[in-house]
Ligand binder design. Sequence first.
Ligand code: SF4
Ligand code: FE
Length: 473
Amino acid sequence: MASLKGLHLEAHIMGEEVRALPDHPLVAPSVRAVAATFDCAHDDESRSLFRVRSSLSGEEINRFTHLHQSKEDLITKVLMQRYCGNVTCCCFQRCVGLDAANAVFSVTYECDQEHGTGYHRRFREYWARVQSEDLVVDGAMTDPKGDRGKRPRDQADPDLYLRVVARQSDGVVVRGAKLHQTGMLNSHEIIVMPTISMRQGEEDWAICFALPTNTKGIRYVYGRQASDTRKLEDPNLDVGNVRFGGQEVMTVFEDVFVPEKRIFLNGEVDESGKLVERFAAYHRQSYGGCKVGVGDVLIGATALIARMNGVEGASHIRDKLVEMIHLNETMFSAGIACSALGHQTLAGNYEIDMLLANVCKLSVTRFPYELARLATDIAGGLLGTMPSAKDLEDPVTGPYIRKYLAAAEGVQVTDRMKVLRLIENLVAGAGAVGYLIESMHGAGPPAAQRIMIGRQADLEGKINLAKRLLGIP
Ligand code: SF4
Ligand code: FE
């Protein structure tokens, strides 16, 4: 937290320039969420899950900076993310850089083999420092993209895809923006990657590099979340998830200088698509851990509100809770499966099974919505009509609320309100940004996964199976 304060990022939040970011009431919950990735490496219960030996230095490091060395590592990553989702019940922001690093590690190796470049050693040196200093790194991929029907150079404004605008002997100058940057304001470093597979003639857009987040010329604009201003209220019962929260940011690069030693791809257009695919697949695996961890808390809160409402024993409630568990564990299964069927890359680190990672994420674009629907069903209409914490404290209205929101015997009205606010937070409030919208669009929307599933599934091979069985030549 202290290191984040020292960054002094140039950020705007709701029309104001804010310098003391980590203390800002809209940002603070997301700082605590990313801090949980450090705390968990020290808590007795979780430290072994969060610690691993570095393949670069041999030192013990946080698994959030690890280059996966085995299928076991891939699986443990998903377990760690589920655990973190259990603790924070939101996006804890630190997986993006981890997924970017594992993709850049193997792509730079292959690029050097094919093009005689020297990116891989550079990246190893860079990442060894990230590991030893235990830094938070964001991965930035999604460009604004302007007219979706046009290539980068055909846009009315070519900056709609981040690009190199000047080349110097000691580095390059870049201009553009990256959208939807999860946890950007809580990161020490940023790895920038191309957003699509670039073609001949698009060399200026095929650029990958890393910079400190407080580099001159980088600006941040905070993204709003539904009911976010509840975080400014006192009392805080209406917030739902008082301790933790996610964060999404627009990041602008206004002619930013990138020194040579921090560049990991520069004009090798044929490598850009590989980088996009690998990063996306690692991050699609990640969702099989983090959203499942949040789902665990939602299922728990839903079962708890059923108990508080006195309907825990009803058969249709039990059936709906089982349905929620089934959906949640189905996503988890895909996250584990794509890890268990992972393979070693030429650079030596491990990559997930790309087909199953995409299947995992495609399920994540659907199942949390169904979980939210079932939670809304079980929680009841009070989810959308409950009076505020201020009314609860009011001497006139408070006694009425305590009297008429009483439910099963022995249940505190304020406890019941807390549980309802948590469910509301996840299905319709600020937490729905992380649990629903991010599940849809994070690591790419469903159409992107469908394209990859179509490509990876070997449909011709399946046709041949049917032909062989039937004796058709
Ligand atoms: Fe990690 Fe999930 Fe947040 Fe992505 S959405 S950074 S996988 S917690
Ligand atoms: Fe995300």
